[in-house]
Design a protein around this ligand. Structure first.
Ligand code: SF4
Ligand code: SF4
Ligand code: SF4
Length: 353
């Protein structure tokens, strides 16, 4: 973009739109400023202090996520002072809870761990704060480990701003601070709808998906992008596949229409894929009993029967029912099959009304 408004970041001049923050200008121009609490598209909270930068003329370091770019502002994102501040911040966050990465499900996919490595934090000078809240495991889908929570607030924003479920918020004060559902109830007794958006937003191992726990480390998993099979919205999801088994589902970053969000079905309803009772071959009913047949035989059987009905009773004696559970492209093919192959306009869809 070209604009008369210019900001200088790390010695290079960049244009910006009025209202853009330093972080947004930096990201748009390929300058990575580390963040923990920032969620693209949500209101910046400045909670984690990881994105602090040095601005010429300012006495203190400023949070780049919440500081608007100003004409001729001079910014350093990796100065000695900035790095020292991030270093101490990481040490404080690690000592604020129980961070034994060996036993943590987030090991290898943890923003705090990644930043500690990047900024070469070798020792933690502060004593570890004791865990004051027990791990919550009472529901079937989400484990909450408060001892690993860095209180960044991403889960709250994911719940309240992205999904607009308003199920969680900050509770208590000071060292007793905690992310709580209304009345500090366990999630399964609260307004939570188990969409899992908070788990995907959590940058550390404080929120874990129970069904995928111990099923595979991030580096053992291959991500395969696909379209969610549950409704006609067409959300883009990533299947996390290990040894040909889907062990987890996440929303695909930056892909439309869902921009990484999913509902409970898209995120947690994948166990049918590898279920032992799933039908894997077609069945034909003979003498009141189903028998497994190869696809060729099943398709020929259906084609013969449809052909018979059509020649005896005409094409309009046949109707084709589609479903919102298949993709728009598959629905298109189904109506094409009805109209072009059978010759009828008798096509209907469960999402019509
Ligand atoms: S949350 Fe991150 S830093 Fe903490 S134990 Fe887990 S992997 Fe390690
Ligand atoms: S699962 Fe969904 S509704 Fe429940 S707390 Fe997380 S984001 Fe909110
Ligand atoms: S649960 Fe995760 S996302 Fe929520 S405040 Fe704690 S660390 Fe941040």
């Amino acid at each position: 973009m070209d604009s008369k408004d210019k900001i200088i970041i790390n010695g290079s001049k960049f244009s910006f739109r009025p209202g853009e923050t330093i972080l947004q200008v930096a990201e748009r121009n390929g300058i990575e400023v580390p963040t923990l609490c920032y969620i693209k598209g949500s209101m910046p909270t400045g909670a984690c202090r990881m994105c602090m930068v040095e601005v010429k003329g300012a006495r203190n370091l400023l949070p780049s996520c919440a500081t608007p770019a100003v004409q001729n502002m001079v910014v350093e994102t990796e100065s000695e002072r900035v790095i020292k501040s991030r270093w101490i911040n990481i040490e404080l966050l690690i000592s604020s809870g129980h961070h034994n990465c060996l036993t943590c499900e987030a090991n290898g996919d943890c923003r705090l761990q990644e930043l500690a490595y990047r900024y070469q934090v070798e020792t933690i000078r502060f004593p570890e704060s004791p865990a004051i809240y027990p791990i919550e495991t009472s529901n079937a889908l989400i484990i909450r480990d408060f001892s690993r929570c860095i209180l960044c607030g991403r889960c709250i924003q994911a719940c309240n701003e992205v999904q607009v479920n308003n199920a969680i918020s900050y509770g208590y004060r000071g060292t007793a601070s905690k992310i709580v559902a209304v009345g500090d109830l366990p999630l399964d007794e609260s307004d939570c709808v188990f969409c899992g958006e908070c788990v995907q937003a959590c940058p550390v191992g404080a929120l874990i998906e129970k069904p995928s726990r111990f099923k595979g480390r991030p580096w053992e998993v291959k991500k395969v992008q696909t379209t969610c099979p549950y409704c006609g919205v067409g959300c883009q999801i990533d299947l996390h596949v290990k040894d040909n088994e889907v062990i987890r589902v996440t929303g695909t970053e930056d892909a439309t229409p869902n921009l990484a969000s999913t509902c409970i079905k898209g995120r947690f309803g994948y166990d049918f894929i590898n279920h032992s009772e799933r039908l894997t071959s077609p069945l034909i009913k003979e003498n009141g009993k189903f028998k497994e047949v190869p696809w060729d035989e099943a398709l020929s059987f259906v084609a013969d029967r449809l052909g018979d009905i059509k020649s005896k009773h005409g094409p309009d004696s046949i109707g084709v029912f589609c479903s919102a559970k298949i993709t728009n492209e598959e629905n298109y093919l189904a109506q094409k099959f009805a109209r072009a192959a059978i010759g009828t306009n008798n096509v209907d869809h469960c999402a019509r009304l």
